[in-house]
Design a protein around this ligand. Structure first.
Ligand SMILES: Nc1ncnc2c1ncn2[C@@H]1O[C@H](COP(=O)(O)OP(=O)(O)OP(=O)(O)O)[C@@H](O)[C@H]1O
Ligand SMILES: [Mg+2]
Length: 260
């Protein structure tokens, strides 16, 4: 069973002449532990799709099966539990709770579930996010990039099955951006979390196992990453082979000359 299966998903806004098909009959599957990047022009429906998968927005029609359950049919209360326990969402425009500190914003999903936060992991995560010095700060005392990193901590802290990240590096410089992608990659490899990442940055998309391209609410391309063959295998051309032979021969001759 796939971790995620989206079937004929549609999201429209408005009516009549002003009708917008933000997501237009989209179907795809994502396996557990896959790291998928979604790219596409501004307005192509990427955020809309992510919000429906994350259970923060309702589909107009279609199915969203997460772990085999159609969340598109969930009632509001069940959807709230789904959001808290199964997914971690990093929004394009970070939305932190203004009255909570950095640490409190990160542990919120766990606190809401009345569980005890894993203090060791919290410290580790905050350290990785470079926020150790800011633990007690409120969101309005942080820079944009720092707020983004808190949002990422919030999404990852619960070890959700699916992490949905909407342009998580959009407000960061190259180095911080790379660190965030590294963190997501680690969540993917170490905890086998399924990651769906929306980005405009091709160099970031290329870190994923698969790239889905959106255009006008539709998938126009879906490509699994080409896994490089072991270098040796494809580099032994006849020329290389001849060169190896030549070197071996000359070495043999060399050895021969020593023996005599
Ligand atoms: N609440 C809304 N009401 C009406 N139209 C909306 C609403 N939200 C999004 N849309 C429209 O749906 C389309 C897709 O928007 P969406 O935010 O999903 O695009 P996107 O691919 O995430 O773009 P970007 O890369 O700029 O973030 C756009 O044409 C947008 O205007
Ligand atoms: Mg968007």
């Amino acid at each position: 069973m796939s971790m995620l299966e989206v079937k004929n998903l549609v999201k429209t806004y408005g009516k009549g002449d002003s009708l917008v098909k933000a997501v237009d009959d989209v179907s795809f599957k994502v396996e557990e532990g896959e790291f998928v990047a979604i790219i596409g022009a501004s307005g192509s429906g990427k955020s809309t799709l992510l919000h429906m998968i994350g259970g923060v927005d309702r589909a107009t029609s279609g199915e969203i099966l997460v772990d085999g359950e159609n969340i598109a049919k969930y009632r509001a209360d069940k959807l709230a539990v789904f959001r808290r326990e199964k997914v971690g969402i990093i929004y394009q425009f970070y939305n932190l709770i203004p009255v909570l500190t950095v640490a409190e914003n990160i542990t919120l999903p766990v606190d809401l579930a009345h569980k005890k936060p894993d203090e060791k992991y919290l410290a580790e995560l905050i350290e990785t996010l470079g926020l150790t010095e800011r633990i007690k700060y409120l969101p309005n005392q942080l820079s944009g990039g720092q707020q983004q990193r808190v949002a990422i901590g919030h999404a990852l802290f619960n070890h959700p099955k699916i992490v949905l990240a909407d342009e998580p590096t959009g407000n960061l410089d190259k180095k911080s951006g790379d660190e965030i992608v590294h963190l997501l990659k680690e969540a993917n490899q170490k905890y086998h979390q399924t990651i769906i990442l929306v980005t405009h940055d091709m160099s970031i998309a290329e870190k994923a196992d698969r790239i889905i391209t959106f255009e006008d609410g539709k998938i126009v391309s879906d490509q699994k990453k080409y896994h490089e063959e072991p270098k040796q295998a494809d580099e032994i051309t006849p020329e290389v082979e001849a060169e190896i032979e030549r070197i071996e021969k000359s070495e043999e001759e060399h050895e021969g000359s020593h023996e005599s």
